[in-house]
Design a protein around this ligand. Structure first.
Ligand code: AMP
Length: 184
């Protein structure tokens, strides 16, 4: 007897989930920006599991901590940290963290921003994987890279769900391997 199709089919790779569910909004949040909404990917249990497994597997054995960038990077970092038994660092928008913090100012595809990281959370040399939803101009991840290095950690990788290749963000990042589940 044939097994049901769902039992024999291989799980769809993460990229297929992202391509099927990604939503795009022209002129949001301002004219000229094509906003890429990954919430439909997060809202699909199988898709979310696939992207978390993909991000964890691409860098498996190469990180002790994940740094998630506020806010959508938090969703990824929490889940990848749990899946990989890794510590979680929250890279927050300016003015939200107490105590001694490191600060980096940077330019966005639209506007400018400030990111911060608390110091002394993990030992110097801890291997860190940076996670965010979208790599656009690269300013956000480049600023996070500087925070990680200023804090004394070792950046061993960057993972994103979606890379917007026309914006050349990858070129602004350093030598650590950058993995994008989908590049468009
Ligand atoms: P960037 O610093 O330009 O690489 O921008 C990356 C950050 O801004 C990410 O945290 C994204 O969530 C957000 N972002 C920038 N451009 C877009 C876009 N076109 N669609 C969705 N999110 C974007």
């Amino acid at each position: 007897m044939q097994p049901p199709a769902s039992a024999s089919a291989a799980p769809a790779p993460a990229a297929a989930h992202v391509e099927a569910l990604l939503a795009s909004y022209a002129d949001f949040p301002q004219p000229g920006i094509m906003f890429r909404d990954l919430n439909p990917v997060f809202a699909d249990a199988a898709a979310f599991r696939a992207i978390i497994d993909d991000l964890a597997d691409q860098h498996r054995g190469q990180f002790d901590a994940v740094a998630g960038i506020e806010a959508r990077g938090f969703l990824l970092a929490a889940a990848v940290g749990y899946a990989a038994n890794a510590a979680v660092l929250a890279v927050r928008k300016g003015g939200k963290l107490p105590g001694t913090v490191l600060t980096e100012e940077y330019n966005l595809e639209y506007g400018s921003a400030r990111l911060e990281l608390e110091v002394g959370q993990l030992p110097a040399g801890t291997r860190v994987l940076i996670l965010d939803d979208v790599l656009a101009t690269g300013g956000t991840i480049a600023a996070t890279t500087r925070l990680i290095e200023r804090a004394g950690y070792t950046l061993t990788g960057v993972g994103v769900v979606l890379e917007l290749i026309d914006l050349h963000g990858r070129e602004r990042l350093g030598t650590a391997p950058v993995h994008a589940i989908v590049s468009i």
